[in-house]
Design a protein around this ligand. Sequence first.
Ligand SMILES: *Cc1c(COP(=O)(O)O)cnc(C)c1O
Length: 386
Amino acid sequence: MLPFIDLKAQFEIVGNDINKRVLEVLASTQYIMGPPVKEMEAELAIFTDVKHCISCASGTDALLMALMALEIGPGDAVLTTPFTFVATAEVIALTGATPVFVDIDPITYNMDPIQLEKALAALTGDHQGYPLPQSLTMEELKPKAIIPVDLFGLSADYDAINAIAKKYNLVVLEDAAQSFGALYKGRRTCGLTKIAATSFFPAKPLGCCGDGGAVFTNDDALLENLLSIRIHGQSDDKYNNVRVGLNARMDTIQAAVILAKLPIFEAEIAKRQVVAQSYNTRLRDLADCKTPLVPSGYLSVWAQYSIMSSKKDVIMTALKNAEIPTACYYPIPLHLQGAFSYLGYQNGDMPYSETCARNIFSLPMHPYLKENDIERICSVITNALR
Ligand SMILES: *Cc1c(COP(=O)(O)O)cnc(C)c1O
């Protein structure tokens, strides 16, 4: 079986350095908030060109910490897309706020700014104009924040989204869990909005050897909140807790792993472009096979290479028979998930997300995917569509 993501190929390149750095941490005995944590935060701040990087225990914690730092809570509505990993909306509910779903652009699969405007118009007056959570009164749905998601490694349209946010006085939190390292109009993700969250889960473009994540912001006041929330709401005095917080620190060992992987990350991003280009060239002219579109001015990090076809099941079965793994991100859009049934959304409320959830699936994608394997994968797909 071909690997879906080949972390072993990566370990052959950086394994020695990972081993060395991890052993150093073990010997140092500084397992919590040891020196590599600060060192990594400083490097990631430089990489993203953002003033503050606050590492944490996962991408989910990064999103949650960001919402907590923004003081989002009961009565607030937070707008996001239903075509994403569950964590994006889960954290909204965890704060006591309400997720309000905005349908995606069927070309990029990211939040559609036009739909966002419609949802905000509905929340702020024209209540019938867009499907909203049914179980709440409008007083319980005060729009406060937007969480666009950079799905599959491609940035959302932040110029458009930030402009709408400004008009409605909302804060934008970028879910960059899949797009760390990507570019939007020459700028890195994580630096495009007031605050951003990313993940270092092993399968993400920059992964550690376990769970990890980080929050990014240029805002000094938010930094102070985030540092406190990360460690039980502490103040300068560790045992003087000024707010309810979390235990959301990143392990020193994971920071050491990121430090070992960062030097090859840009080369890996370049390799991902070559893999994606090769897939594109071989697949884009097939009937009933929509390859990913990267608008001009964007650079995707290709967290996934996803194609859309009404013959998804036929293609996936053919690939499986050829021992080629595939994955479905995400088969049930969040507005139709049991966890969010309390919101009262209906089938048909988010038509583009629903169609994409039905017809999109992902092919093996990583920097070390070989040309002959891509060729083989694409010939299986071509034959399956005959
Ligand atoms: C992976 C992911 C998360 C959560 O990150 P974890 O590190 O797994 O907690 C959040 N949002 C999106 C879009 C993701 O892909």
